[in-house]
Design a protein around this ligand. Structure first.
Ligand code: HSE
Length: 309
């Protein structure tokens, strides 16, 4: 039996729409992500457990793990008979890479169980394809950091999909999920299909400036470039009081703040525990809308998906 953990992630990181993503790990030692247990068996079986298992579709063939199994078998040209338990700990439609957690953990686990028939790049390609089936278009900014860890820039050049970017070890990433759901497909439908030249230039400057500052180890400069001119102006209205929240937590001391993936979760970055505590408290009191919502102080998860237990 193999047990695999896949971490939550922040798509876009505010500055790299569809092409920048960060895997995250709570500093209190808890795991924030989905788990898969897999073993050989006489027939295919899939069981869902975990806090958010009730949000999964009733029909097994609509379950993303079944789709992963189906596609994996087609690619390796062999029907593998396995018993899978999905521990669905990530809320669906939260903007924290919930679908990526299920896709990446299950494909990683199947590949391990079969002695790695698929290379890292092939597996990542398949993960992107399955993510695309859920959200309406292929984007790797959740599946790549979830699988490979750290901060990942999606390059899709010379047969390489993703490139790890240097990160700042003292950055704390505070995430807040308000406890409401936004479908990625709906949040994508809100965006314009074309942008003005001015917006394109701003976007290029912000993203290239962020990458430059990351490679030259200038944390304040990097944080200053985390500005979203592509999605935030159109999506912020979907989030509870986002503009006010962002202004306040920046006053508290956040170096940057933005929408995590397609929302409704948000992220804030700071560089010390005291500020992280103050931001968390504010978000817990003002951003959380239901009992299920949560706030977590995280570090980057530099490992990505792994076998545990
Ligand atoms: N880049 C994607 C989007 C992430 O913003 O639509 C979805 O989690």
């Amino acid at each position: 039996m193999i047990k695999v953990y896949a971490p939550a992630s922040i798509g876009n990181v505010g500055v790299g729409f569809d092409i920048l993503g960060a895997a995250i790990l709570p500093t209190d030692g808890t795991l924030l992500g989905d788990l898969i247990q897999i073993k050989q068996s006489k027939e295919f079986q899939l069981t869902n457990i975990g806090t958010f298992a009730h949000q999964l579709p009733k029909n097994i063939k609509d379950n993303i793990v079944w789709k992963c199994w189906d596609q994996f078998c087609k690619i390796i040209k062999k029907k593998i008979l396995v018993t899978i338990v999905l521990e669905k700990n990530m809320p669906i439609g939260s903007g924290l890479g919930s679908s990526a957690c299920s896709i990446v953990s299950s494909l990683f686990a199947m590949n391990e169980l079969c002695n790695r028939p698929l290379s890292t790049n092939k597996l990542l390609k398949l993960m992107g394809k399955l993510e695309g089936e859920i959200s309406g278009s292929i984007h790797y900014d959740n599946v790549s950091p979830c699988y490979l860890g750290g901060l990942q820039l999606i390059i899709e050049k010379n047969n390489k999909i993703s490139q790890k970017i240097p990160n700042f070890k003292n950055w704390l990433w505070i995430i807040a999920w308000p406890g409401i759901k936004i479908s990625t497909a709906d949040a994508r439908a809100l965006l314009p299909s074309q942008y003005t030249r001015t917006t394109c230039i701003k976007h290029s400057r912000n993203l290239s400036g962020f990458i430059h500052a990351s490679y030259t180890m200038q944390p304040k400069l990097a944080a200053n470039f985390i500005t979203d001119v592509i999605a935030e102006p159109y999506r912020s209205k979907l989030l509870p009081n986002f503009t006010q929240t962002k202004t306040t937590i920046k006053k508290i001391g956040a170096l940057a703040c933005g929408i995590s993936g397609s929302g409704p979760s948000i992220f804030a970055i700071c560089d010390n525990d005291l500020t992280a505590k103050k931001i968390s408290k504010y978000l817990a009191n003002h951003y959380i809308q239901s009992k299920q919502g949560f706030v977590q102080v995280c570090k980057l998860d530099t490992v990505g998906t792994r076998i545990i237990g």
